[in-house]
Design a protein around this ligand. Structure first.
Ligand code: HEM
Length: 506
């Protein structure tokens, strides 16, 4: 039956919602919830939610209320873990009840329900994660090194030709690497149709995850309202972005299936998986359950890996432009390790100490995912005398955690030395303890940043008002945050460096 949206339905619906919310509010108010910003009856903190850089407001709430902050959002109680201790106690020590995810309504509406990173903690998620792990665990990723090296050399050459397009070039580097590994695609241009499609899909995904601002999350029934209804912004967003997500997931896999059947498929993970699926399905060549699993699992690789690595590399470039002394120290390490006459190879990476510390400090200084990925609590819990209701979304405020002055003195300052002790890397943190793409990301990023500083100097470019860089930068709002522009250029360090770049064959 089609949903009819007339006034009587609306009134009935609003009355029902109010009743449900009042009941929930009443029963919760009898338990001792963690502190948080003052909430209104029924609507809770709905109107306190920031739309711009929420992590900054979360940070402020954490300094005001402590490291466990509760946000009373209708149908979506939310807890902010504001210290490493709380994140560890809840997300790791009690991971059996805190590892669920929630697929938000905006994700479903934008066709992101294929994404195992947001699937419930259960057999379906496990199936996807297992398949992903088979191809990206530490032992499996060595075979992708030739792609990573080739893509890095291409990046250096592109930048030499045009040093002004760093945002596009960095994206091309990491998108190209992942798409070649996964689908064997040869991406030469940032205007490539697939990259543009995936970027639009990612933009939608990032907007969908700004916490607390899409009313359809509180009232799922709103999904039925037409987009012309005033205030139905979420619906317009859905209409804009959904087609891109659909194309991002299916197009490359379907094209690879055809190429495998015709015997023209390039070496890639997709070719391996499709060949296996076709061997099982035999002559019929029908799209099997295995194909579906492979298609969805591979589609997430670009979504999870391209923007995150691009963002980290861009923050790195801005940091180097702001901190020339640190840049010089990295260059000194690289020079003493490999000398001026060759580029860095993967076999050099384990010997990099200071350069690796710079990567870690970049990820701390401007965390790529400043609010972490939301975890969902499966059952009622007690923590430090506070009641945490089942269904609570837990966000680790990575931004706040990495700004803890006890752990990271002078936290706004870029200081790689904090990760070095007795000449060795000293840290518990890596890219993320449970990010299954971290091994690939570490190699891609380290190879890129080491080679960049080996042959280029990162020089600040004055902004459009003629001012030079300060020591901070603006960040974009979204699940994955990026610098607002990269106000620097890369200049070859010497004629020898220039020749090294030009002669690098790939
Ligand atoms: C700088 C680069 C990267 C950063 C900072 C990063 C960070 C993260 C974080 C914070 C999470 C969520 C962890 C949690 O549940 O709390 C995550 C999950 C994930 N990452 Fe990464 N990541 C990076 C690169 C990559 C790459 C290159 C890939 C793919 C090759 C990847 C694939 C994934 C996947 C599939 C998940 C979801 C795992 C699950 O829910 O089971 N990531 N990442």
């Amino acid at each position: 039956m089609a949903f009819v949206f007339d006034d009587s339905y609306l009134l009935l619906f609003l009355a029902a919602i109010t009743l449900v919310l009042l009941t929930r509010w009443g029963s919760r108010s009898r338990r001792r919830l963690p502190p948080g910003p003052k909430s209104l009856p029924v609507f809770g903190n709905m109107f306190s939610m920031p739309t711009e850089k929420p992590w900054e407001t979360f940070h402020q709430w954490c300094s005001q209320y402590g490291d466990v902050v509760f946000l009373d959002l209708p149908l979506q109680p939310t807890l902010i873990a504001g210290s490493a201790r709380v994140a560890l106690d809840l997300l790791e020590k009690r991971s059996h009840i805190y590892s669920d995810r929630v697929m938000c309504m905006m994700d479903r509406l934008m066709a992101w329900d294929f994404n195992f990173a947001f699937m419930s903690y259960g057999p379906e998620w496990r199936q996807h994660r297992r398949l992903f792990h088979q191809h990206f665990n530490q032992g499996a990723i060595d075979k992708y090194l030739p792609v990573q090296v080739r893509q890095t050399k291409q990046f250096l050459q592109r930048v030499l030709e045009d040093p002004t397009k760093l945002p596009d070039m960095t994206r091309l580097l990491f998108a190209g690497t992942i798409l070649e590994i996964v689908y064997g695609m040869d991406i030469r241009d940032i205007d490539d149709e697939y990259v543009k499609t995936a970027q639009m899909a990612m933009e939608g995904h990032s907007i969908a995850h700004i916490p607390g601002v899409h009313w359809v999350e509180y009232m799922p029934i709103l999904k039925y309202i037409p987009s012309w209804v005033p205030g139905a912004t979420f619906k317009k967003l859905v209409e804009k972005y959904r087609p891109y997500t659909k194309r991002m997931v299916s197009r490359p896999y379907q094209e690879m299936r055809k190429a495998v059947s015709e015997g023209t498929a390039p070496q890639s993970i997709a070719r391996t998986l499709i060949t296996k699926a076709q061997e099982r399905s035999g002559e019929s060549n029908e799209f099997t359950i295995e194909d579906g699993l492979a298609m969805r699992t591979l589609a997430i690789t670009y979504a999870a890996g391209a923007d995150t690595s691009t963002s980290a590399s861009q923050f790195f470039l801005v940091a180097m432009a702001m901190y020339p002394d640190i840049q010089k120290k990295v260059q000194a390490e690289l020079h003493s390790l490999v000398g001026p006459n060759r580029l860095l190879e993967p076999s050099d990476l384990p010997d990099l100490i200071y350069t690796r510390a710079v990567l870690l400090e970049t990820l701390r200084w401007k965390p790529v995912i400043p609010m972490g990925l939301p975890h969902r609590l499966l059952q009622d819990d007690e923590y430090n005398g506070f009641f945490i209701p089942a269904g609570t979304i837990v966000l680790s405020s990575v931004w706040t955690i990495f700004r803890d002055p006890e752990e990271y003195p002078d936290p706004d300052r870029f200081m790689p030395e904090r990760f070095i002790k007795d000449g060795k890397i000293n840290t518990e943190i890596s890219i993320s303890r449970i990010c299954p793409g971290r091994h690939l990301a570490e190699v891609s990023l380290l190879l890129a940043i080491a080679n960049i500083l080996h042959v280029f100097d990162v020089i600040p470019a004055p902004d459009k008002n003629g001012k030079s860089l300060g020591t901070d930068m603006e960040m974009t709002t979204g699940l994955v945050s990026m610098p607002e522009g990269i106000p620097c250029i890369l200049k070859p360090r010497s004629s020898v460096s220039e020749a090294l770049i030009r002669d690098a064959n790939h």
